[in-house]
Design a protein around this ligand. Structure first.
Ligand SMILES: NC(=O)c1ccc[n+]([C@@H]2O[C@H](COP(=O)([O-])OP(=O)(O)OC[C@H]3O[C@@H](n4cnc5c(N)ncnc54)[C@H](O)[C@@H]3O)[C@@H](O)[C@H]2O)c1
Length: 414
């Protein structure tokens, strides 16, 4: 590999925690910029030799430096900007426990790998109904801080959740060509219900992050389950819609020839078809689109999942980009738990922004979950976005109600 003057290590820079130099206290979790005369293989770990000097960067590899600053600039109150956000320091020791339910799957495995790379994670609990021992053994050989534990089958599910701070749920069946996300409902609704019941019993205080589709219905199901168990905290239940943001950022950067890592597009509404509404007028950095570009980009973002389903031709839906997106959301949550006062993500949550009980929007994450819903994204919507917002509501409402009805019927039957 050619010599390079600056190599960025993303969350894989567990090296920053592993090596016993005093670099640790000065290193952000997301991006360590390494100035070295020689090339540095990303995951080999940093050595404390004199030939390497490190400087701290305060940005996330998932979000992008300038986007991050742009968000700070536009969303964070002045006092917060001054006092804490830019100076947030990584805890010297990894201390959070993350459980992945459905860890053996197409999303679960790469997601487990990405989370294993986080310097903020002390324990990674892998749960699946399929034997997950092999995945855990494999991952456990990576020289990053977290201990990897495997749990297989319902008898071990409770233990997989004890003491956990963040639970991620990618368990379920993926889409095949010709299926909509709603077609998955009958199988995945039951899976999510069972898993969230166990979460309620074993780690009710955890952040719960639902990937299993249809998210527009599985999140309301989770909320009903938690309510029935008397442990519902709306600030800690999240539908993971990060992939919509990741896709929007990628497609806009490509279309407008922008530096990929700098682009941020908020995506609101829900997580299926027309309920996915990218707010292109709120793109950062500010960029103008023709009406035709808005139409093409919006439709592509809404149907991007189908692009992957069709390309995989029966082998499932997005797994790698989904794992990347979910890892970004988990890492953001861990940063928030760790006291970073500058964490913003879009998520499908219990919301009073609209007349619907659940809605995806940008939120500020804090130690207690959703700290603030960012309503300013709704100001000054274009006519196209306003129409899209009105058009998505009936479909999203129906999906939410379907989830609530399912959860209630199930509990009557039980
Ligand atoms: N939110 C999003 O943006 C998004 C994107 C892509 C896929 N998805 C959804 O994620 C889910 C998983 O997709 P995938 O491609 O990883 O599927 P997959 O079939 O490859 O993996 C699913 C895993 O879940 C496990 N599982 C099934 N039932 C379980 C249960 N009761 N308890 C624990 N584990 C269980 C399976 O054994 C398997 O390992 C699907 O519902 C898919 O639609 C969501």
């Amino acid at each position: 590999m050619a010599a390079t003057s600056a190599t960025s290590l993303s969350i894989g820079s567990a090296a920053a925690v592993n090596n016993k130099t005093n670099l640790i206290a000065h290193t952000k979790p997301h991006c360590v910029r390494v100035n070295t005369r020689n090339s540095l293989p990303s995951f080999s770990g940093l050595r404390s030799s004199n030939s390497h000097s490190l400087s701290m960067e305060t940005h996330s590899s998932f979000l992008g430096k300038e986007t991050s600053s742009a968000l700070r600039g536009s969303l964070a109150p002045e006092s917060m900007k001054r006092s804490q956000s830019l100076n947030h320091q990584l805890s010297p020791q990894a201390s959070y426990k993350v459980a992945i339910l459905g860890a053996n799957g197409g999303i679960g495995q790469p997601l487990s790998l990405l989370i294993k790379m986080s310097p903020l994670v002390s324990a990674l609990h892998l749960y699946d109904i399929a034997n997950v021992k092999g995945v855990a053994a494999d991952l456990s050989h990576c020289n990053t801080p977290s201990q990897v534990l495997d749990f297989t089958g319902p008898a071990e599910m409770g233990n997989s959740l004890k003491g956990v701070n963040v639970v991620v749920i990618p368990a379920g069946v993926p889409r095949k060509p010709g299926m909509t996300r709603d077609d998955l409902f009958n199988i995945n609704a039951g899976i999510v219900k069972t898993l969230v019941e166990a979460v309620a019993d074993n780690c009710p205080d955890a952040f719960i992050q639902i990937i299993s589709n249809p998210v527009n219905s599985t999140v309301p199901i989770a909320a009903e389950v938690l309510k029935k168990k008397g442990v519902y905290n709306p600030k800690k239940l999240f539908g993971v819609t990060t992939l919509d943001v990741v896709r929007a950022n990628t497609f806009v950067a490509q279309k407008k020839n922008l530096k990929l890592i700098d682009v941020d597009v908020p995506v609101i509404g829900g997580h299926a078809g027309i309920t996915i509404l990218p707010l292109l007028s709120k793109t950062k950095p500010s960029v103008s689109f023709t009406d035709q570009e808005v139409e093409e980009l919006t439709v592509r973002i809404q149907n991007a999942g189908t692009e992957v389903v069709e390309a995989k031709a029966g082998a499932g839906s997005a797994t790698l980009s989904m794992a990347y997106a979910a890892a970004r959301f988990v890492e953001s949550s861990l940063r928030a738990l760790d006291g970073d006062g500058d964490v913003y993500e879009c998520s499908f949550i219990d919301s009073d922004l609209t007349d619907l009980p659940f809605f995806a929007s940008r939120v500020k994450l804090g130690k207690n979950g959703v700290e603030e819903v960012i309503s300013s994204d709704f100001h000054g919507l274009t006519e196209y976005e306003q129409k899209g917002l009105e058009a998505l509501k009936p479909e999203l409402k129906a999906s939410i109600e379907k989830g609530i009805t399912f959860a209630n019927k199930q509990s009557i039957a039980a």
